[in-house]
Write a protein that binds this ligand. Structure first.
Ligand code: XMP
Length: 518
């Protein structure tokens, strides 16, 4: 297992279950201070090993007085560290230290305006009156001793409280969401003016440290890495290569389900541009024959997942004496898998990740991105020389185009989809809107429709275009692409892709739809 990151300073965020908990950590890192999200029940030694200079208590869905509601751990009170409680975190401070919390007569949800009533380092460099984002049903009815109210809103007489001597602060609103206009300033005030952080968190420092850690873990051993064509595995491979050079072998399995030009680009970028040894396996025939006649999406996923593992194992055996497996696991995946108290969304699709390999391979995992958010991994990728268009590439599902060719997957149908998809992405880029959407692609439907071309009737394939905007891929909205762009794409597809006579645009959000159609 990879060594934990050992920062010289940090802010520990204790997770009480808010949907915004991860965002707090991201904002603190954007402010230049390393931060980790830990379950509220974390062992104190684990939290203190991060050399925290302060603690943030996240929001959460509970009421502090409800039976079984998570309570403030005593080590937080005993630590003597500055503490910022956000929403539920603030109510916990009040509840624990002798104040009182009660249901508000009106729930406060959404925009509100607070009035800062007393000077406090927490609100330094912010105006007296400022817009914030609230989301709470309870409020502080009585302040704990030592605290004074420092801000109010029309619904919350105590929208912020402070015990300056103890350096404990509570805010009812969410500074981590963009709707709180001075939220980033408030978080910066907490980490710099109150906790006295130095602010040494930079992707460049991270790279040097990650390289050292990989060297320490792998030593003289041999490691392999499965490249998927996505940004995470590429950045993990680059870091590992920087650390152990030719002891790393990258394997790229072309499953025949990739977008146009993608396989060639992976091989060229790695071998020629980055000078990294790469074994490229052309396994398109194997995958396509295993998928022959399969219609069910979950069965497609299973077949592709298993096939990938078998091919990967075969390659690893051929290389021989491999002891380590480099993977591009990111911090949000780590948080989800180590936070049993959070309500993990029901599994709608089995997301087979190309990196997900069976435990019986007995390889030790090297996960250099384990503590990084996607935007930090991208910054590291750029610093390591990964081309810009690769770094900003939309995510692509492990089962690839097999779940975008609805119904049976054949070479011919894949070619039709690839051609349509390439036109869509080309036009989206030309319109300067590729990065304004988080995922955009074409889908080949399993039906045909009637059309007319020239003087003749046609009965041909239908392409659906899907483009979404999203922060986290858990929820998404359909992208409002300009009419002219959609018209151009549609025109080009029916004219340039043989066998397609109709193009539709998907206007469903997630939920209730999902981003992919299968
Ligand atoms: P859905 O369709 O569930 O997709 O809204 C959410 C995100 O996950 C990607 N996705 C997958 N990724 N294997 C993957 O590695 C899969 O089987 C898979 N299915 C969906 C999807 O592209 C989107 O980014």
């Amino acid at each position: 297992m990879s060594q934990p990151h050992q920062p010289s300073e940090s802010i520990v965020v204790l997770d009480f279950g808010s949907q915004y908990s991860q965002l707090i950590v991201r904002r603190l890192r954007e402010a230049g201070v390393y931060s980790e999200l830990l379950p509220f029940s974390v062992a104190p030694e684990k939290a203190l090993a991060l050399s925290p200079k302060g603690i943030v208590l996240s929001g959460g869905p509970n009421s502090v007085y409800a039976p079984g509601a998570p309570q403030l751990p005593s080590w937080v009170v005993e630590s003597g560290l500055p503490v910022l409680g956000i929403c539920y975190g603030m109510q916990l401070q009040a509840h624990t230290l002798g104040g009182s919390v009660e249901p508000a007569s009106e729930r406060e949800y959404g925009h509100a305006v607070i009035q800062v009533q007393a000077s406090s380092p927490l609100f330094e460099a912010t105006p007296e009156q400022q817009p914030v984002w609230m989301s709470h049903g309870d409020r502080i009815a009585g302040l704990p001793s030592g605290f004074t109210a420092v801000a109010a809103s029309s619904n919350s007489p105590c929208a912020a409280m402070a015990d300056e001597e103890r350096r404990w602060y509570g805010i009812q609103f969410h500074p981590e969401v963009v709707h709180t206009a001075y939220g980033q300033q408030i978080l910066s005030n907490f980490v710099y003016r109150i906790c006295g952080c130095e602010g040494d968190w930079r992707p460049a420092h991270f790279i040097a440290e990650a390289v050292e850690r990989i060297r320490a873990q792998v030593g003289e051993g041999r490691a392999i890495c499965a490249l998927s064509g996505g940004v995470d595995s590429a950045v993990a491979a680059l870091l590992a290569h920087e650390a152990i050079g030719d002891q790393l072998v990258c394997i790229f399995v072309d499953n025949g389900l990739l977008r146009r030009g993608e396989a060639a680009q992976v091989v060229e970028t790695f071998q020629q541009h980055l000078n990294i040894e790469l074994i490229a396996v052309d396994a398109a025939d194997e995958f396509l024959s295993a998928l022959a006649g399969v219609v069910d999406p979950e069965q497609k996923r299973r077949i592709i997942g298993e096939k990938f593992i078998r091919i990967f194992e075969r390659q690893a055996r051929e290389i021989g004496d491999v002891r380590y497996l480099v993977q591009g696991t990111l911090y949000p995946d780590v948080i989800e898998s180590t936070a049993p108290d959070r309500n993990v969304a029901a599994k709608i699709k089995t997301h087979h990740n190309v990196g997900g390999l069976p435990a019986d391979m007995q390889l030790q995992l090297v996960e250099p991105l384990r503590y990084l958010f996607k935007d930090e991994a991208r910054a590291a990728g750029l610093a390591l020389g990964l081309p810009e268009d690769w770094v900003w590439r939309h995510p692509f599902p492990g089962p690839g185009l097999a779940v975008r060719v609805l119904g049976t997957v054949t070479r011919e149908r894949l070619d039709t989809l690839r051609a349509a998809d390439a036109i869509f992405l080309e036009e989206l880029r030309a319109a300067g809107l590729y990065r304004a959407t988080q995922q955009a692609f074409a889908v080949l439907l399993p039906i045909r429709s009637v059309g007319v071309m020239g003087d003749g009737r046609t009965y041909a394939d239908v392409i659906a275009l899907r483009a979404v905007t999203t922060d986290d891929f858990m929820t998404a909205d359909w992208a409002r692409l300009p009419d002219e762009l959609l018209a151009r794409v549609s025109n080009r597809i029916v004219n340039e892709v043989p066998g397609v006579n109709r193009v539709v645009y998907d206007i469903s959000s997630k939920p209730p739809a999902t981003i992919e159609w299968e």
